[in-house]
Design a binder for this molecule. Structure first.
Ligand code: HEM
Ligand SMILES: *[C@@H]1O[C@H](CO)[C@@H](O)[C@H](O)[C@H]1NC(C)=O
Ligand SMILES: *[C@@H]1O[C@H](CO)[C@@H](O)[C@H](O)[C@H]1NC(C)=O
Length: 494
């Protein structure tokens, strides 16, 4: 060995060392990424990187298409140290959400920032999640989910919104921030006890930051986090900006909490934060009612309660401008059932099957959370004959439900008839945009009330038309949610 070294010189020694190092790293990488036996199949993965090139799984590449065809409804992809199991089809998704619900209750660390490390509603697990969720549900109910008071609050906001849209006088405008503000005001009044004027610059800035977040999580370079979670924090790039924005949103929420503490009165509770402070006062240390969870829950509600609903309404206005005959039928139904003299109320919904079907079709076709929100196994389990150890991350392919060729007559068309049968509203099994089971969307009732009231209020007062100079596009922008490209419409007063 020594002689060899001496004869061939140092450069060859370096070469052999590098070859040896290379093999060592490949083996180490193989060991690190070795999957348990009978794990869902996956295509060939690059050493170190895994399936980095196929990360944009919302725009399925040929590889994914072939995989689905080859393996059916369950397969896995690996990014750096992370494995994701993709699940498609109604029976398999229901197996996860309902039949085996208890085995899939956990959530992986989706936001990847300290504020949410096992805190709050969306990202916590186990006992903390159970407690926070139960408390949030019952408190939201107290503040009006399913009660008249909240309906009144939404109707009041509808008037602010239609006034603000009226100010545009039929000229082309981007409805984005008015709609965003109106929707956000509902969850703000429930959690903070306050709404914000559409001209409030500080609040508008905050809403823009939230939009930026949605976009940043979809940034291609964000996958670096999967590869190098330890250093993503320190290198410039999307992750750095993501954590900066969460810090700003968090400090906004913490200021509001501090104000609530100043003028808090133990015997009266004005909003979610007040109720939480009461619960904290009762907590003897055994519960998880602490300031960290209060901030995380408030942020969760603020974020989840704004982005999804407002994105859906923006899709709805776009579809109305693109399908004038459908818009006209909705308006005819509003005129027949409600007229122009009063505001639409939730009680009108059952008498307005066509409008209800249109809202459902907007949700189906716009498919704003194509992979729901990731779940994680709470214990070792099996699915479709494959083994999933505790801690496996699952991506549920909602596209495969909402666009299933066997389920929908014309899956790729915008067609409200999908939700109508003999002129009556028709509930469809494959339509689960709010998910199912114990961890389904916590705001479904609120969201459905908002969608119905905002949408009908806007169509009662205006007809939406494409601007004369710019064609409207249904192209999507990717982020946490699937949202439309920025667009402008004309809202012509009726
Ligand atoms: C069109 C509007 C909305 C859609 C499509 C939607 C959809 C979803 C989906 C698919 C999930 C994941 C459920 C699962 O893992 O099974 C979720 C979770 C959640 N949503 Fe919504 N959502 C909407 C509006 C809202 C609103 C208005 C709120 C405000 C209260 C809200 C609060 C939440 C929370 C807190 C979670 C996490 C629940 C948990 O992890 O226990 N959502 N939503
Ligand atoms: C992050 O923020 C900086 C300045 O705050 C900006 O210059 C940069 O373009 C942002 N990066 C991304 C990916 O948005
Ligand atoms: C999700 O489902 C759609 C429709 O069935 C399919 O085209 C797509 O390839 C699936 N994507 C993944 C990642 O499973």
């Amino acid at each position: 060995m020594l002689r060899l070294l001496g004869e061939s010189g140092p450069s060859t020694a370096l070469q052999s060392f590098l070859v040896f190092l290379g093999i060592f790293l490949l083996v180490a990488d193989y060991m690190r990424r070795r999957k348990p036996q009978n794990f869902p199949p996956s295509p060939f993965a690059l050493p170190f990187l895994g399936h980095i090139l196929t990360r944009d799984f919302r725009n399925p590449t040929k590889v994914i298409q072939e995989l689905t065809e080859k393996y059916g409804n369950i397969f896995s992809l690996h990014m750096g140290q992370m494995s994701y199991v993709f699940v498609s089809s109604i029976p398999m998704v229901k197996e996860v959400l309902v039949n085996q619900g208890e085995n899939f209750l956990d959530r992986p660390d989706i936001f990847r920032v300290d504020v949410f490390r096992n805190c709050g509603l969306t990202s916590s697990n186990g006992h903390t999640w159970k407690q926070q969720r139960r408390f949030a549900l019952s408190t939201l109910r107290n503040f009006g989910l399913g009660k008249r008071s909240l309906e009144k609050r939404i109707q009041e906001e509808c008037r602010y919104l239609t006034d603000a849209v009226g100010e545009e006088q039929g000229h082309p405008f981007d409805p984005h921030f008015k709609v965003n503000n109106a929707v956000s005001n509902i969850i703000c009044s429930v959690t903070f006890g306050d709404r914000f004027e559409y001209h409030n610059e500080q609040f508008q800035k905050l809403l823009q930051l939230m939009d930026k977040l949605v976009e940043l999580y979809g940034h291609p370079l964000n996958q670096l986090y999967d590869l190098f979670p330890g250093i993503a924090k320190y290198v410039p790039g999307p992750y750095k900006n993501i954590s900066k924005i969460w810090k700003m949103l968090n400090s906004f929420v913490c200021d509001i909490i501090a104000k609530h503490k100043e003028d808090w009165h133990p015997s009266e509770s004005r909003d979610f934060i007040d109720s939480y402070l009461q619960e904290m006062a009762k907590d003897d240390g055994s519960g998880c009612f602490c300031e960290e969870n209060l901030a995380a829950c408030t942020l969760d509600l603020f974020f989840a309660g704004t982005e999804t609903t407002s994105t859906t309404i923006r899709w709805a206005l776009l579809y109305m401008a693109l399908y004038p005959e459908i818009q006209a039928r909705v308006q005819a139904e509003i005129d027949a059932v409600v007229g122009q003299a009063r505001q639409v109320a939730l009680g009108d919904r059952d008498s307005m099957p066509y409008t209800n079907a249109v809202i459902h079709e907007v949700q189906r076709k716009s498919n704003i959370l194509p992979f729901s929100v990731p779940r994680m196994t709470t214990r070792d389990t099996t699915l479709g004959g494959f083994f999933l150890p505790k801690g496996t991350v699952l991506m549920l392919n909602f596209t495969s439900l909402l666009f299933d060729k066997k389920e929908w007559e014309t899956p790729d068309a915008f067609n409200p008839e999908h939700f109508l049968k003999d002129g009556q509203f028709w509930r469809r099994e494959a339509f689960i945009p709010f998910s199912l089971g114990k961890r389904a969307c916590l705001g479904e009732q609120l969201a459905r009330a908002e969608l119905f009231l905002f949408f009908t209020a806007l169509l009662q007062k205006f007809t939406f038309r494409p601007p004369p100079d710019a064609p409207l596009s249904l192209r999507v922008k990717l982020g946490i949610t699937q949202h439309p490209l920025p667009y402008r419409v004309c809202a012509l007063p009726r």
